[in-house]
Design a protein around this ligand. Structure first.
Ligand SMILES: Nc1ncnc2c1ncn2[C@@H]1O[C@H](COP(=O)(O)OP(=O)(O)O)[C@@H](O)[C@H]1O
Ligand SMILES: [Mg+2]
Length: 257
């Protein structure tokens, strides 16, 4: 179990996170949603050790993870992708995955040994591009490579920050299938952030909704889309009767007031 409790983080006068708690069980697939600026990426940065929180703790299977230490995060079994690509552009697709895998063998010896970089490339549909320079990949393939690279760290918990952003409908549907397969095959808990609500609703069994640095709702999609506070945030999007019929709002959750 990944347990994040009472996280606070300020940037000057901005309370990016206040009292945020969240848990993700092994094998659970959670959608983290909310308007731009809600604090979703900041939360991923804190959980993965890329950012030091002002308050709160992160535990994996009861053991505390040292904050502000990305290597400690990896060692504890946490891997993440970035909202904006951070691939090694001058390395091949395979090398990007191999670099992460070497790090995994260093930090997570037995788990790392179970990972086969070529199998990850196949799983992410990148085998035919294994020798291509990452910088020259099409955008959709770059997003998949980020996921393959995160999986090379043998994560028990995988945090995906807007993996479907910029993808077309067919690519988004294919990505949803791959993420479901990854969960099944690797058994990891997955937290996925996205603005594409139909993508999120189809994929995730639980949603966590953030607004202004706080978690305002958490539960199955069918419950979340009846929550008045959530409906108010997604103004103009009437609540769906079934999760699959959720409003297909795409990135337009910026407030106008
Ligand atoms: N490095 C930073 N420096 C200053 N402010 C930041 C920084 N990162 C995020 N913020 C602010 O924190 C808030 C939450 O941002 P973010 O976590 O990126 O939201 P989201 O991912 O939900 O869109 C925003 O007000 C944003 O401007
Ligand atoms: Mg973000």
């Amino acid at each position: 179990m990944l347990e994040v409790s009472d996280i606070g983080k300020r940037f000057g006068g901005v309370a990016a996170l206040s009292g945020v708690s969240l848990s993700c069980a092994q094998g659970e697939l959670i959608g983290l949603i909310g308007p731009n600026g809600a604090g979703k990426s900041t939360l991923v940065n804190v959980i993965s050790g890329f950012l030091k929180p002002d308050t709160g703790r992160i535990r994996v299977d009861g053991a505390e993870v040292a904050g502000n230490d990305a290597m400690a995060g990896v060692r504890a079994g946490i891997a993440r992708t970035f909202q904006t690509s951070r691939l090694f552009g001058d390395m091949s697709v395979r090398q990007n995955v191999e670099v992460a895998h070497s790090r995994c063998l260093e930090l997570r010896r037995s788990q790392g040994a179970a990972i086969d970089p070529d199998a990850l490339l196949a799983e992410c549909g990148l085998t035919h591009e294994a020798d291509t320079l990452a910088a020259t990949l099409a955008y959709g393939s770059q997003r998949l490579l980020e996921i393959a690279r995160a999986l090379a760290l043998a994560p028990a918990y995988l945090l995906l920050d807007e993996p479907a952003a910029g993808l077309n409908d067919a690519e988004t549907a294919a990505l949803a299938g791959r993420i479901a397969e990854i969960r099944q095959k690797h058994g990891c808990g997955i937290v996925v952030i996205d603005h594409d609500l139909s993508f999120i609703n189809t994929l995730c069994e639980r949603l966590v909704v953030m607004d202004h640095g706080k978690v305002i709702a958490s539960g199955p999609p069918a419950v979340i889309w009846k929550d008045p506070q959530v409906i108010e945030i997604y103004v103009g999007a009437s609540p769906p009767t079934t999760p699959a019929a959720a409003p297909a709002v795409s990135g337009n959750t910026n407030r106008t007031h």
